[in-house]
Ligand binder design. Structure first.
Ligand code: ADP
Ligand code: MG
Ligand code: MG
Ligand code: MG
Ligand code: MG
Length: 641
């Protein structure tokens, strides 16, 4: 998200009545963009990453680590340079290049950093990624106090458990109404608490998040969480936990902050034109799950070891604003649709492109879409698949409406479109150009968990970009599987050690045989006529006797471009790292963290991650990220120092 709209966000009972109007204008805005931008050609292959960090304050004497509310303050300081440079550029016409840009996130303790300007298509830019990520850490560090650190990890172990916030605050906030999370964890910009409040209001109850607990040898069976304040009587929703929202054998969470308070790594790629953007969107969507399993870094929630390694489902449940009717729990009466999934989740429909690989049967979900909007788009010349995509996004209500921003000139603003678009949080996002801007059609790759070190974050970013370049360069590459199998893959990718233990649906033959060595693998299996097979992460990434593998595809792409020795060396280290994650010779952060907890002297093998363990873990992650603690088992030998 870029700059935040300022103004007065409307509470749900007022926002609800304006939903239709926002949708109507949002569609007009989309049509303006489409008509003006659909013929853009030859845009450069710009790209950029986003890394989210958590600010932590340490009490070294008491050995306590707490999420710091000062994150928000730090962010304002970080943004000073950008604001001043923009002003200077405006006055002098001078072109100013910043090293990094800083953005707010849902958590008050969170900071998001991106490169100061997007990377270009040059290979040299690929080796600047890691150093830029390092610079970002340095820039933040310069503003931090002596007892402050930033870490980059999917879920904060103690979020919502015990004394986890600095300064501390009781969980009694009107917006989340959580039993565990005070509203003080939320970024103070009014947009964020309104999001939390309006999701809860719209849903008609608090969100209910249940992640399976990891049963260790001393974990009670069934596990009934003794730390849930079942008897609190502050808000009407306080009864939900005892009335069944909190499942046995699960870690129960009840607020948006548990999901949007997680950190991730995202990559946005510009395509040469809209058709290629559609192609990238579809192809990258199918590799999301396996990539997520490689990047897993979220094994602990609310102070307990979970039986999952990833944050994705937590966020999906944390922003699930569907009403009872929409969830199919009561017959449709007031709402428009029964909607199978949260607004955070895998995509429900492919976009198709001119490459000829798409088949209608890949969109095998009974898609819910707004038929009127679809008709409107179709009447205005939007093709079937694009119209389905947009009218599917628009089954959702806008969650936050700023009173002052209701009236827009639809030929120059995309605010209403973006309102709905930016609260459809999916594994890939199709980003149309902003109106009247030099920016082109982009695709955002969103399933990756953030990594502990800059080396790993750079490795995943560069690997994703190279895979995307290969997809664009080799028009015959075809990763399509039915969208419903993508859902299954994402589910599987969550499970503990999915990277080693799961199989994912993947297309068996992903390139036409054009004489390229990597496309010639022998597919001599029984299921010769099956398009899709179930494969391990190792087979998908590294290839097997019957599947080429994504790394060989990337390497084949690399062979088509001229690389200096030094650049190739760097890229090879990233590829070796990804290979290691997939074949298990390098562990995921989730596995590393789990093993750290299980070998900690204070761990009682009861799934509980105490404040003491949390402190040691956070310090260890900080030491690894800053090269003070070697962790070749996590990052590979010789990397990340
Ligand atoms: P959001 O949060 O909506 O995804 P951000 O502004 O936080 O958006 O991040 C956008 C990302 O896109 C950054 O990594 C940025 O470097 C990158 N980016 C900016 N302009 C372009 C462009 N024209 N093409 C591709 N990527 C871009
Ligand atoms: Mg962002
Ligand atoms: Mg973000
Ligand atoms: Mg976010
Ligand atoms: Mg993003």
């Amino acid at each position: 998200m870029g700059l935040l709209s300022l103004g007065t966000p409307l509470p749900w009972d007022q926002a609800r009545d304006l939903a239709q109007e926002v949708r109507k204008h949002g569609i007009e805005q989309f049509l303006h963009i489409w008509n003006n931008m659909k013929d853009r050609k030859s845009d450069r292959l710009l790209w950029g990453d986003e890394i989210e960090y958590m600010l932590i304050s340490l009490d070294r004497q008491r050995r306590r680590a707490r999420l710091s509310q000062r994150g928000h303050e730090l962010l304002s300081l970080l943004q000073v340079e950008e604001t001043e440079s923009l002003e200077r550029a405006r006055l002098t016409g001078e072109k100013i290049e910043l090293e990094a840009l800083w953005r707010p996130e849902f958590g008050r303790y969170m900071i998001e950093g991106t490169p100061g300007h997007p990377y270009k298509a040059t290979v040299n830019d690929l080796v600047n990624v890691e150093s830029n990520m390092k610079r970002r850490r340095e820039i933040v560090s310069q503003l931090m106090g002596e007892d402050e650190i930033i870490i980059s990890v999917g879920s904060y172990p103690e979020l919502g458990s015990g004394d986890f916030l600095d300064p501390p605050h009781k969980a009694n906030g009107e917006f989340s109404r959580s039993l565990f999370l005070p509203d003080e964890v939320i970024n103070p910009h009014p947009r964020f608490r309104t999001l939390a409040g309006n999701i809860r209001e719209r849903r008609g109850s608090k969100v209910s998040i249940n992640m399976p607990i990891f049963h260790d040898r001393n974990t009670p069976r069934p596990f009934v969480d003794p730390t849930i304040p079942y008897t609190r009587d502050l808000f009407p929703g306080d009864k939900e936990a005892i009335e069944g929202a909190a499942l046995p054998d699960h870690i129960y969470m009840d607020a948006m902050g548990f999901g949007m308070g997680c950190c991730c790594l995202q990559i946005t790629l510009q395509a040469p034109n809209v058709d290629q953007a559609r192609r990238l969107y579809d192809q990258l969507a199918t590799v999301g799950a396996v990539m997520m399993s490689l990047s897993a870094s979220s094994p602990i929630f609310r102070g307990y070891l979970a039986d999952v390694d990833c944050r994705w489902n937590v966020i999906a449940a944390a922003v699930d604003d569907r009403t009872l009717e929409e969830r199919g729990k009561t017959p449709l009466a007031n709402d428009r649709f029964v909607i199978p999934k949260s607004r955070y989740g895998t995509i429900d429909t492919f976009l198709g492109s001119s490459d000829g690989h798409f088949k209608p049967e890949y969109n095998d979900l009974d898609l819910v879409y707004d038929k009127e909007i679809y008709q409107d788009l179709a009447r205005n010349g939007i093709d079937d698949l694009m119209a389905k995509h947009v009218s599917h996004l628009f089954i959702r209500d806008p969650l936050v409406i700023f009173e002052e921003l209701l009236k827009q000139d639809n030929s120059v603003s995309a605010d209403h479109f973006e309102n709905i678009q930016s609260t459809n949080w999916q594994n890939v996002r199709f980003k149309p150009p902003p109106p009247n801007s030099p920016i082109g059609w982009r695709v955002e790759f969103r399933p990756l968990e953030v990594q502990v070190t800059d080396f790993e974050n750079a490795a995943f970013s560069v690997f994703t970009v190279l895979l995307a370049r290969a997809i664009l360069a080799f028009g015959d590459l075809n990763f399509y599987i039915p969208v419903t199998q993508m859902d299954v893959n994402m589910e599987r990718a969550h499970s503990r050690d999915a990277v080693l233990r799961e199989k994912f649906f993947f297309r068996r033959k992903v390139c036409a045989d054009e004489g390229r060595s990597c496309c010639n693998s022998d597919s001599g299996s029984d299921a010769e006529d099956e398009e899709v097979a179930e494969m391990s992460a190792n087979e998908i990434i590294n290839g097997s006797s019957s599947f080429v593998g994504l790394i060989p595809i990337v390497e084949m792409y690399l062979d088509t471009i001229a690389l200096s020795e030094a650049v190739r060396h760097k890229i090879d280290s990233y590829i070796a790292f990804v290979r290691g994650r997939a074949n298990g010779s390098i562990v995921t952060a989730a596995a590393w963290i789990r093993s750290f907890v299980q070998s900690h002297p204070a761990y009682a093998f009861d799934s509980v991650v105490s404040s003491e363990i949390n402190y040691d873990l956070v310090v260890a992650l900080d030491d690894i990220a800053n090269g003070r603690r070697p962790a070749p088992e996590l990052v590979g030998q010789g990397n990340a120092m």
